[in-house]
Design a protein around this ligand. Structure first.
Ligand code: G1P
Ligand code: ZN
Length: 548
C-alpha cells in the first residue's frame, strides 16, 4: 500500500477553541477540511512533542453523525504519517473520559477525540475534533496554536489512497499498511477504573435496600458506560439508565445536561414517587448533572460537596492535595479548601488548564460551573465518575442528595449561582460589547452598583504555577465586597454567531436566607450586569436564551 501526498489549500478559521475545533458537520464534510487539520496536527507534533514514527495513538469519538467517516480518514492518515499503532474504540466510539483513561493506561503518545461535546448532532448539527497529549488531557494552548498556525500554511496531506475501510466492529488486531489497528472495548476498562475508586459493595447495598435512581444518557455515548456499571456491576434495576442507546443525532435532543435541556429528567425527579437520585451526562459523557428528589444541585456546589466529603470515598480516603476550579465557577469550593487547609486554584475556562496541576500533584479534584467535575484518575472531566461519587456519598452516609447539600450550606454558607447565556449574537456586536466593557474597567472599581460596592474590576489573567505560561483576557470580573461576583466572557465552543456568558454569584452565610429562589436571590446582580455591559442594547435581545 503506497503513501500518497494530496495537494490542498488552507481553510480559514481552523483555530481550536475552548475544547478543540468545532464546526457544523457541513463544514467538516468539505473535501480536505478534516484532512488539513489532522495533517497540521501530525506536522507539528514532532517539533512540539517528539517523533511520531512507530508511536501509539488513541482514536475514537462520541458517535455523532460523521464520526464513522472521520475515523476511517484519520486511520489512513495516521498510517501514512508513520504511526506504529492506533487503539480505536469499538465502532470508532470512545467517551471523552474513556479516551483519556485509555491514553494513560497504554502509555500512548496521544489521542484524537471526535466530539462536539454537548452541541447538537446530526447532519445539520455540529462536529468536532481535539487532540489529547500523553497525560490523557487536552493539548495545551502552545500545541493548539501551533496546529492553527500550520493549518494556515498547509499545502499537502499524506494518506493511503488504496486502503479500504478498517473493520471496527470486531475486537482485535488488523493491519493498515505498516500500521497496526487495535479495536478495543473501553467500557470494561472504565468500569474497572471506577471500581478501584468507589465502594461498590456499599452502592450495591444501597440499590438492594430499594433505593432508586434515574440516569439519563441523553441518547449519547454515556449510555453503555452507565449501564455496565449501574445495571451491570451495581445491580440497579434494568431501566435505571434511560435514553441509553447512543444515536448519531442524539434522538434530535440537545445532549447538554442542565436545567434548560434535561427537562424530562427534572420532571421525572419530581413528586413523592420519584427516584431518590437523578443524573445525566452529555454527548461525550464528560459532563454530569446531579439531582435529588425535587432538588437540582448546581455544579459549583457539587464540586464543593464532593471535596468536603471526599474522605468517605475509598479512592480519596487519604484526603485531597488541592482543589481547582475554573474562574467563573462559584467560590463554594474555596470555602471547603480553606476549611481543609489545602490550596484552591482558579484557572481559565476549559479543562486543559487543570492538566499541569493534576500532573504536578497539586490538585486532586477539579470542576467547572458548566457541569464538569473530575479528579486525578484521568485528565478529562468524567460524567459517570461524578455520578458514582454522589452515589457513594449517599450510600456511605444514608443521606439524600438534598440533605447532603443543605448540611453543606449550613456549614459553609450558600453560594447562590446562575449562568445566563445570550446566544446567537452577531460576532461584531458581541466583540463590541466586550471591548466597551473592557474599556470601562478602570472607572468601575470603588463604585456602587445596585447598592453593592465593587471591590475589584479586572480582566482575568492566569499564570500557570507549573510551567509559567500566561493566558490573558479570560473574562471580565466584577468582584463585590461580601463575595458577590459577576463575570462576562464569550464562549469558545459555539459554531453560530457568538454566545455571551454572564456568570452570577452571591454568597449568603445566614442559613435563614438559604431558601430563596435563585433568580430572585441574584436579581440585583442580574440588573447591574445589564446596566454595566448594556447587554440588551448590544445584543438586540430582550432576554438570555438559556438560564442554568
Ligand atoms: C464551555 C464551558 C467550559 C467547558 C467547555 C467544554 O466552554 O463553558 O466550562 O470547559 O464548554 O466542555 P465555552 O463555550 O464557555 O467556551
Ligand atoms: Zn462534553
Amino acid at each position: 500500500m503506497s503513501v500518497a501526498s494530496v495537494r490542498t489549500q488552507p481553510f480559514a478559521g481552523q483555530r481550536p477553541g475552548t475544547s478543540g475545533l468545532r464546526k457544523k458537520v457541513t463544514v467538516f464534510q468539505q473535501p480536505h477540511y478534516l484532512e488539513n487539520f489532522v495533517q497540521a496536527l501530525f506536522d507539528i507534533l514532532p517539533e512540539q512533542v517528539g517523533p511520531v514514527a512507530g508511536q501509539t495513538l488513541v482514536l475514537g469519538g462520541d458517535g455523532r453523525f460523521h464520526n464513522r467517516v472521520a475515523v476511517q480518514t484519520i486511520l489512513r492518515m495516521a498510517a501514512a504519517n508513520g504511526f506504529g499503532r492506533v487503539l480505536v474504540g469499538q465502532g470508532g466510539l470512545l467517551s471523552t473520559p474513556a479516551a483519556s483513561a485509555v491514553i494513560r493506561e497504554h502509555g500512548a503518545y496521544g489521542g484524537i477525540i471526535l466530539s462536539a461535546s454537548h452541541n447538537p448532532g446530526g447532519p445539520d448539527g455540529d462536529f468536532g475534533i481535539k487532540y489529547n497529549i500523553a497525560n490523557g488531557g487536552p493539548a495545551p494552548e502552545k500545541i493548539t496554536e501551533a496546529i492553527y498556525a500550520r493549518t494556515q500554511q498547509i499545502q499537502a496531506y499524506r494518506t493511503l489512497p488504496g486502503a479500504g475501510e478498517v473493520d471496527l466492529q470486531t475486537l482485535g488486531r488488523s493491519e493498515l499498511g505498516a500500521m497496526v489497528v487495535q479495536v478495543i472495548d473501553p467500557v470494561a476498562d472504565h468500569a474497572e477504573l471506577m471500581e478501584k475508586l468507589f465502594d461498590f459493595d456499599a452502592m450495591r447495598a444501597w440499590f438492594a435496600a430499594g433505593h432508586r435512581m434515574r440516569f439519563d444518557a441523553m441518547s449519547a455515548i454515556g449510555g453503555p458506560y452507565a449501564r455496565a456499571v449501574l445495571e451491570g456491576r451495581l445491580g440497579a434495576p434494568l431501566g435505571t439508565v434511560v435514553n441509553g442507546e447512543p444515536l448519531e443525532d442524539f434522538g434530535g435532543h440537545h445532549p447538554d445536561p442542565n436545567p434548560a435541556h434535561a427537562t424530562e429528567l427534572i420532571a421525572a425527579l419530581s413528586g413523592p414517587d420519584a427516584p431518590d437520585f437523578g443524573a445525566a451526562s452529555d454527548g461525550d459523557a464528560d459532563r454530569n448533572m446531579i439531582l435529588g428528589r425535587d432538588f437540582v444541585v448546581t455544579p459549583s456546589d457539587s464540586l464543593a460537596v464532593l471535596a468536603a466529603n471526599a474522605t468517605l470515598v475509598p479512592g480519596y480516603r487519604d484526603g485531597l492535595a488541592g482543589i481547582a476550579r475554573s474562574m467563573p465557577t462559584s467560590c463554594a469550593a474555596d470555602a471547603v479548601a480553606r476549611a481543609l487547609g489545602i490550596p484552591c486554584y482558579e484557572t481559565p475556562t476549559g479543562w486543559k488548564f487543570f492538566g499541569n496541576l493534576l500532573d504536578a500533584g497539586r490538585a486532586t479534584l477539579c470542576g467547572e460551573e458548566s457541569y464538569g467535575t473530575g479528579s486525578n484518575h484521568v485528565r478529562e472531566k468524567d460524567g459517570l465518575w461524578a455520578v458514582l461519587f454522589w452515589l457513594n456519598l449517599q450510600a456511605a452516609t444514608g443521606q439524600s442528595v438534598e440533605a447532603l447539600v443543605r448540611a453543606h450550606w449550613a456549614r459553609f454558607g450558600r453560594h447562590y449561582y446562575s449562568r445566563h447565556d445570550w446566544e446567537g449574537i452577531p460576532v461584531e456586536r458581541a466583540d463590541a460589547l466586550m471591548a466597551a466593557l473592557r474599556a470601562k474597567l478602570p472607572t468601575l472599581a470603588g463604585t456602587t452598583l445596585q447598592g453593592l460596592r465593587l471591590a475589584q474590576a479586572d480582566d482575568f489573567a492566569y499564570t500557570d504555577p507549573v510551567d509559567g505560561s500566561v493566558s490573558r483576557q479570560q473574562g471580565v470580573r466584577l468582584l463585590f465586597e461580601g463575595g458577590s461576583r459577576v463575570v462576562f466572557r464569550l464562549s469558545g465552543t459555539g459554531t453560530e454567531g457568538a454566545t455571551l456568558r454572564v456568570y452570577l454569584e452571591r454568597f449568603e452565610a445566614d442559613a435563614r436566607q438559604h431558601d430563596l429562589p435563585t433568580q430572585q436571590a441574584l436579581a440585583p446582580l442580574i440588573a447591574l450586569a445589564d446596566e454595566v455591559a448594556a447587554i440588551r442594547q448590544h445584543s438586540g435581545q430582550a432576554a438570555p436564551t438559556v438560564i442554568t
